[in-house]
Design a protein around this ligand. Structure first.
Ligand code: FES
Length: 140
């Protein structure tokens, strides 16, 4: 799988990959956004529901195709994000995702790890009119 780290974390990643949490669609999501890792063509599409205050994330669902790391990161993030403030989401970076996964990620696989995070961040920016893109492409 190209990842190092303890067995416990590797097991956790495989569990999220095989039994993704919050997999599916949310009808009437506040916004939906899709991203791709151009290295492999793998995708994550995410639905996000914001609270009425439009500051707090209340629900997240995703669907996608890809490697264990990209799909497990999306699954874990879908559990982490509800209750999170939009500003906290925008401040997340690759280190937060690597911490969440709990494994060493080779530079090649970082794009897999951050795909879901970038999709959530870009989707938010598009919704609030701060970005105008069709699709997220993982750049780093
Ligand atoms: Fe495609 Fe990981 S190999 S996202």
């Amino acid at each position: 799988m190209g990842i190092g780290g303890s067995d416990m974390y590797r097991q956790q990643i495989l569990d999220h990959y095989k039994n993704p949490r919050n997999y599916g669609e949310i009808e009437d999501a506040t916004f939906t956004h899709i991203g791709e890792n151009p290295m492999c063509g793998d995708t994550i599409e995410m639905d996000v529901v914001l609270d009425d205050d439009e500051e707090t994330i209340s629900h997240v669902a995703f669907r996608g195709d890809g490697c264990a790391i990209s799909q497990a990161a999306a699954s874990m993030l879908s559990q982490e994000l509800p209750g999170t403030d939009i500003e906290e989401l925008q401040e997340m970076d690759r280190d937060d995702i690597i911490d969440m996964l709990g494994v060493d990620i080779s530079p090649m696989r970082v794009k897999c790890a951050v795909l879901a995070e970038k999709v959530a961040q870009d989707g938010t920016d598009i919704y609030f009119g701060e970005k105008d893109i069709e699709q997220t492409i993982t750049e780093d």
